[in-house]
Ligand binder design. Structure first.
Ligand code: ZN
Ligand code: ZN
Length: 134
């Protein structure tokens, strides 16, 4: 079993519209396998093309402290622009992306001209049991 890269709690698999995401109930972070970010954005009704292009063109930065739940390698930190960008943890072996709570909305908002709300509400639907207290 895989654990949360951030807090080590077991990840719970959520399935929606054919996309399986691994979600941490403790810290509300989300692991997306390669290609799933585009699918989630697309399922929320947002054009994923600008996001995909940005991901392809974003250089991986320093090694972070979190480890990929698939291969246990330390993930690399990447800042997905525009502006200061959103800091993401990406597996150097290409397994996928780790998003802290709220980062999905930030990413979607940055690339969809204000359509981040659609993705935000999609994520709320995806994780109806999410609670932030405690
Ligand atoms: Zn966690
Ligand atoms: Zn990996």
């Amino acid at each position: 079993m895989t654990g949360c890269p951030d807090c080590g709690e077991p990840l719970v698999i959520y399935e929606m519209d054919g996309v399986e995401t691994d979600h941490c109930l403790a810290c509300a972070g989300t692991w997306l396998d390669a290609g799933e970010l585009e699918l989630v954005v697309e399922n929320a009704g947002v054009d994923p093309a600008p996001l995909v292009a940005a991901l392809d063109n974003t250089p991986l930065g320093e090694k972070g402290v979190r480890r990929c739940p698939r291969c246990r390698k330390r993930m690399r930190v990447a800042c997905l622009g525009p502006g200061d960008g959103v800091e993401l943890d990406i597996c150097p072996a290409g397994h996928g992306i780790w998003l802290d709570s709220g980062e999905m909305e930030d990413v979607a908002g940055a690339f969809s001209g204000g359509a981040g709300d659609a993705v935000a509400s999609y994520f709320k639907e995806l994780y109806p049991t999410e609670r932030r207290e405690g």
